[in-house]
Design a protein around this ligand. Structure first.
Ligand code: DLL
Length: 433
């Protein structure tokens, strides 16, 4: 089912006409209200009147996370403070957070996009949404919450943490839709098993997982352990929060971008050149309806690919591929580019391990050393040391053959890797210390 038939199935030509009109209005507005954009446009020698077609978008300069930091906290807002009704911030691992603002209309638009998102993933009015994304400055909790209310579903605002209580509520309230990070979903499954609760007896039909990278193999693992359909949801605070794109339950193959609100582009991460559909690169978004915090050609650093082919669900919206990693998450180990998600795929494919792992990078002399800490499953753990050593070597070989990089695998006992309630910490890079 489709929440907004008109916009989600609009013929391309009509959609592009709307996009152009909205883009022109946004560009004019930021030029007139945000000194940063006016300065940038002037430096690039482009003015709002130059945007005559969607192709002219590429004449506009990029916006980066550093630009947002330089204007911390409210310098990028395009409306006066008395029009701002909500402020969120993304934590960020270093330095100050990125601060984003919303007007009352922005919040309404976000709720509508999250209602579309939930419905695309299989939610209906009569569903109960167990929302374990964190409530607070993080956009996940409140984003899903408003969307579920807009859809007319019931929402359990449980937020993250206190996992045993979450399992009890899952058993007693019978929620049908689960929303949380994929790593937390696996943690919940583990705690449920310890409590003797079988997901086969719960009522979940679908889960909407995102906010961190995960692999196709991890999807299969989650679907098996939690007995539900696992959908990938993508978003980022700078663009809005969750609800920028979502997989549809019909195809589970790529995430539909809500193009009547956001224009996606793929660019070459080094040269910044726009790339055609089907070519992987860095995702860039321009918001075309946001009032408080519009962004022009925001470089996400997320690596993906766009697909324009029609989807069997009937939506005409372009699809983006699962995020393959971040250009700044990519580890370069002795010259080889390695994304954590690639290692995750090899780990899960091997079959002996739990999908809980951590990559530790050290520099010994001038040499980078990548250690893969991974949990063995209970069955393997009780095995002989000799066998454990064999599977350690086997995983090292598989990683070397698949990625072309040699690593050191260190098996960890079951539950030996710290669980997170939100975004999992997968990489510990000691080289920066
Ligand atoms: O994580 C918004 C969100 C909440 C998305 C709930 C989905 C569900 P930020 O905290 O600003 O916002 O982090 C955004 O998280 O640039 C990606 O690197 C990563 N990310 C988000 N969704 C996915 C996904 C929220 N499905 C950053 N796959 C983004 C991979 C994702 N990475």
């Amino acid at each position: 089912m489709i929440f907004n038939e008109e916009f989600e199935t609009m013929p391309r030509e009509a959609l592009e006409a709307i996009q152009l009109r909205r883009l022109q209005a946004t560009v004019a507005r930021v030029y007139n209200t945000v000194p940063f954009y006016r300065r940038r446009f002037e430096e690039a020698g482009v003015s709002p009147a130059d945007i005559r077609s969607l192709a002219d978008l590429s004449r506009l300069p990029f916006t980066t996370k550093t630009d947002l930091r330089d204007n911390y906290p409210f310098g990028m807002f395009a409306v006066p403070m008395d029009n701002i009704t909500r402020i969120h911030a993304s934590s960020g691992t270093t330095g100050k957070p990125t601060v984003v603002g919303y007007t009352a209309r922005d919040i309404q638009a976000w709720a509508e996009l999250m209602a579309r998102t939930l419905m695309a993933a299989g939610a209906r009015r009569d569903d109960i949404v167990h929302n374990a994304y964190g409530y607070g400055l993080f956009t996940g909790g409140l984003g899903v919450h408003y969307g579920a209310e807009k859809l007319g579903a019931s929402v359990i605002p449980i937020s993250g943490g206190n996992t045993k209580r979450q399992v009890m509520i899952m058993k007693d309230f019978g929620p049908t839709i689960l929303t949380c990070t994929p790593s937390y979903a696996l943690h919940v499954a583990e705690v449920a098993a310890e409590m003797g609760v079988d997901f086969g007896d719960l009522k979940f039909k679908a889960g909407i997982f995102g906010a961190e990278p995960w692999s196709e193999q991890m999807r299969q693992e989650i679907e098996r352990k939690l007995n539900l359909k696992a959908m990938d949801i993508y978003g980022l605070s700078e663009v809005m929060g969750p609800g920028v794109s979502i997989e549809c339950i019909e195809a589970q193959n790529g995430l539909h971008v809500f193009e009547d609100h956001f224009i996606p582009e793929i660019i070459h991460p080094q040269t910044g050149q726009p790339l055609p559909c089907g070519t992987p690169g860095e995702l860039v978004f321009t918001t075309i309806t946001k009032e408080a915090f519009p962004v022009i050609r925001y470089r996400t650093r997320d690596l993906s690919v766009l697909h324009a082919e029609p989807c069997r669900c009937g939506r005409t919206l372009v699809r983006m591929g699962r995020i393959q990693g971040r250009s700044d998450d990519m580890l370069i180990i002795r010259g080889v580019n390695v994304f954590p998600s690639q290692i995750e795929s090899v780990i899960i494919d091997a079959g002996h391990f739990e999908p809980h792992y951590q990559l530790v990078v050290d520099r010994l002399g001038n040499m980078d050393q990548l250690t893969v800490r991974v949990e063995v499953n209970e069955a393997m753990f009780s095995d002989e040391i000799k066998n454990l050593q064999t599977i350690e070597r086997e995983l090292e070989r598989n990683i070397r053959e698949t990625l072309g990089v040699s690593t050191q695998v260190r098996l960890v006992e079951p539950k030996g890797i710290q669980r997170s309630e939100g975004k999992a910490v997968r990489v510990i890079d000691n080289r920066k210390l």
